[in-house]
Design a protein around this ligand. Structure first.
Ligand SMILES: Nc1ncnc2c1ncn2[C@@H]1O[C@H](COP(=O)(O)OP(=O)(O)OP(=O)(O)O)[C@@H](O)[C@H]1O
Length: 328
């Protein structure tokens, strides 16, 4: 409307606000938000949405960019994000890896520790990422293919603690990638195209470029359905984990690497596995895999003095009835 200062909200602004209102713990008014911006379409869309809504919600905003030093254009990419933050008068923070990181997984774990460090140093209570409904659908499929079980299918939660004081928040899980692309085009946002996104040597890219389009020929709504499935499973996983945590406290003794199998024997297999997993996570130096959890679960009904093969690092579990003990 000419002469009016009222913002001209698009559908996406309205939709994003509807999400925030229905999930009031995500980004409450006046929260301090460190927005993780890669320079790609999703995080640029996120940043613009937050900037436009900032006067109304009173957030304190900062932008964080992590340069993994993995691509020849990474410094230019970082510079473009820095320029945009400057243009919008938002405080910009950057972390640069000391040397090029090897592989996606190393890059991700370095990035999260960099984001945590920035949030803690500069007093932000939330790190906000641009994960979308499309990422959620792809993560579910990726984990399904890897065989990671129910917990992996409950892909990408809305919020999870990174430390005692910093939360990771993903407020765009109801927005699809085609919508963020359209939004960036509408507002002429300078998207940095990551050339590795087209590289089909990465499973993730194969899923995005080949598998999802193939599934969409069967059902055009597949991304939404997969994301909804992840959402439903999330609640189921939370419920099962809370039951397992309660049982865990009943069958273990604080600070002793043993659990009472007599108290586990009548529990449903699903809870037995979860308790054993929590137990191994507590005591082993590395997260246990499915086979290792299964081996210990089988000890619940095994003859006295049965034992597992050694785990990496040399420890093993054995039965000293009524206990399953870890020899560390
Ligand atoms: N280099 C970066 N600097 C800052 N934030 C980033 C960077 N790369 C990714 N992010 C943040 O993470 C979000 C997800 O990015 P992407 O899907 O590429 O990562 P991913 O490795 O699959 O992440 P995750 O393991 O968290 O799913 C982006 O929308 C952005 O908010």
């Amino acid at each position: 409307m000419a002469g009016s200062s009222k913002p001209d909200w698009t559908d996406l602004h309205a939709r994003f606000q509807a999400t925030l209102r229905s999930r009031p713990h995500l980004l409450p008014p006046h929260a301090s938000l460190l927005v993780a911006v890669s320079g790609g379409q999703d995080s640029l869309c996120l940043l613009k949405l937050l900037l436009d809504l900032q006067p109304k919600w009173g957030w304190q905003l900062g932008v964080a960019h992590c340069d993994h030093q993995m691509r020849s254009d990474s410094a230019a990419n970082a510079q473009q994000v820095s320029d945009l933050a400057g243009h919008w008068s938002i405080q910009f923070y950057q972390k640069t890896a000391n040397r090029p990181l090897q592989g996606e997984s190393a890059a991700r774990s370095w990035r999260y520790s960099a984001l945590i460090a920035l949030a803690e140093i500069h007093g932000f209570s939330r790190v906000v990422t641009g994960h979308t409904k499309s990422d959620r659908a792809e993560t579910l499929l990726h984990n399904l293919i890897r065989g990671s079980g129910l917990d992996g299918l409950a892909a990408l939660s809305w919020q999870r603690p990174l430390t005692e004081t910093v939360q990771l928040v993903r407020p765009m899980l109801e927005i699809g990638r085609s919508q963020t692309a359209q939004f960036c085009q509408q507002f002429q946002l300078p998207i940095w195209e990551d050339p590795t996104n087209q590289d089909t040597r990465y499973t993730r890219n194969q899923i995005r470029l080949h598998l999802i389009p193939a599934l969409e020929t069967i059902n055009p709504q597949v991304q939404t359905h997969l994301a909804t499935t992840a959402e439903l499973l999330q609640a189921d996983v939370e419920y099962l984990e809370s039951l397992a945590s309660h049982l865990y406290t009943q069958v273990t003794q604080p600070d002793l690497p043993k659990l009472n199998r007599k108290l586990l024997t009548d529990a449903p297999l699903s809870l037995q596995r979860r308790v054993i997993r929590q137990f191994l996570l507590r005591w082993l130096p590395h997260a246990p895999n499915f086979a290792q959890v299964e081996k210990v679960t089988q000890l619940i009904d095994a003859p006295n003095r049965s034992q597992t093969d050694p785990f990496p690092g040399g420890s093993l579990a054995h039965v000293q009835h009524p206990w399953i003990e870890l020899k560390l």
